[in-house]
Design a binder for this molecule. Structure first.
Ligand SMILES: *Cc1c(COP(=O)(O)O)cnc(C)c1O
Length: 441
């Protein structure tokens, strides 16, 4: 009987738990004391883990409904090549996305290579010479600075005559509504909202907060387009933001770990169509774009995504709980409501950052034997260290940790295709810190 219970030290420990402990100790070399700290942290998270499961279950049904209502069938999986005209699978996929995101229209394409590409496509598609883009949630994600032209770059929005302004967040990390009102002029075309924290030490914005920002912007100028960078946010709550247009990456949450490439744009037909004309050509719009055999992993990944995201939320909360117990500042805190899968932990120095990332790498299913080294990643303005042993290169719905090597030495931890994997990664990361003398327990 695998699950026969027996008593030890006054705690009921199942035989399976005992076997897990043996593997974590024997195969992964994780200190028993660290494992006990982990169990204690996990015990305090029971309600949260239950909550994430409920959100995942609801979203699972939502995706299932969309697939049923759109009569998804095997014929949709055939895919197209070349121009990709009349790709009924692609059309079904995009209808399913728009139903789940509760909007008119969606583009879900392997031709969008990354989240940045999807966001850039949405922005370029909808901005023209003389228009202004206003970021209402402070400094945008690093890779967007070149897209906007804040960091000079060939082909940026700035080069195309689109100006840019930014409403900094208040000291406590909230949108500054007075400042937003002050910055909106007759030329402001798009208000951009970033849901996730990116590489910043700030709270991520919940769907409710984002909807409030959108209502506020619309109360000033009804015709402004509200855009949401939804990266890392999909399926973390039961609803997605009520934006005019939003975008994200398929190698994050909505790809469910199975999409090998891709990005999506969803929202009002008018704005999604404008993005399609940018992605493809004016004239061809959304009617071209071969799926090249990706329709099945896109749909299957989207089907699994709610559960995968639920596990990743649990892993992030676990990381928050253990690091907080050990005295590290964490954001969000373990008990806080989550709207994305990212967990930020403030380390004391670059040595701790590198040790933690080495440990995460050791728990990877792929490339567990390599040592992550900091490098000058394209699009970033300082060295970045990334630990990831993923089936899909750069996929961050898979367990990954990354940190720009600059003060205040914050590590951003996210993903894990299962809760157990995320949890093991946190423990191997901490164990590496312990072995290198950074951690006293
Ligand atoms: C990941 C991410 C992006 C896009 O990054 P890519 O690496 O290009 O996919 C944009 N914004 C935020 C907040 C992100 O987390």
């Amino acid at each position: 009987m695998l699950f026969r219970k027996y008593k030890r030290c006054g705690i009921i420990i199942s035989v399976t738990n005992k076997k897990i402990e043996e593997l974590l100790t024997g195969a992964f070399g994780i200190s028993k004391k660290l494992q006990r700290i982990g169990s204690e942290a996990e015990n305090g998270l029971k309600d949260k883990l239950e909550e994430y499961k409920n959100i995942a279950d609801y979203n699972q049904l939502k995706v299932l409904c969309a697939m049923r209502e759109n009569r998804l069938s095997e014929t949709h999986f055939a895919g197209t090549t070349g121009y990709g005209y009349n790709d009924t699978g692609r059309e079904a996929l995009e209808r399913i996305y728009s139903d789940v995101f509760d909007c008119e229209s969606a583009l879900v394409r392997p031709q969008m290579i990354s989240g940045t590409h999807a966001i850039a496509t949405a922005l370029f598609g909808n901005l023209r010479y003389g228009d202004e883009l206003l970021s209402v949630t402070g400094r945008p994600y690093d890779t967007l600075l070149k897209v906007i032209g804040q960091t000079p770059a060939k082909g940026s929005l700035a080069e195309h005559g689109v100006t840019y302004k930014e409403a900094a967040l208040t000291e406590d990390g909230k949108p500054d509504f007075d400042e937003i009102r002050r910055l909106i002029t007759a030329n402001t075309k798009i208000a951009a909202i970033q849901r996730s924290k990116g590489y910043a030490w700030r709270r991520s914005f919940t769907v409710e907060e984002i909807n409030e920002i959108i209502r506020f912007v619309k109360s000033i100028r009804k015709d402004m387009i509200c855009f949401v960078d939804n990266c890392y946010g999909e399926f973390c709550e039961t609803e997605e933001p009520k934006a005019d247009i939003l975008a994200g990456s398929l190698i994050k949450n909505p790809g469910g770990g199975l999409a090998p490439v891709g990005g999506y744009i969803a929202g009002a037909e008018e704005y999604v169509y404008a993005a399609a004309c940018r992605l493809n050509t004016p004239g061809a719009g959304r009617e071209i774009g071969p799926t090249l055999g990706f329709t099945t992993p896109f749909l299957q990944g989207f089907f699994l995504a709610p559960q995968i995201v639920g596990g990743a939320l649990g892993g992030a909360a676990f990381a928050a709980a253990v690091f907080e117990m050990l005295g590290y500042p964490v954001l969000p805190k373990p008990e806080e409501k989550r709207t994305d899968i990212v967990q930020a932990v403030q380390m004391k120095n670059s040595g701790e950052v590198l040790a933690f990332c080495r440990g995460i790498q050791k728990a990877a299913p792929v490339d567990s034997f390599v040592t992550p080294e900091p490098w000058e990643m394209p699009g970033y303005d300082c060295q970045v260290v990334m630990a990831a042993g993923a089936f899909v290169q750069g996929s961050s719905i898979e367990l990954s940790a990354d940190a720009p090597l600059r003060e205040p030495y914050t590590v951003f931890f996210q993903g894990g295709l299962s809760y157990m994997h995320a949890k093991t990664g946190v423990l191997t990361g901490l164990n590496e810190m312990l072995k290198n003398g950074f951690l006293v327990i």
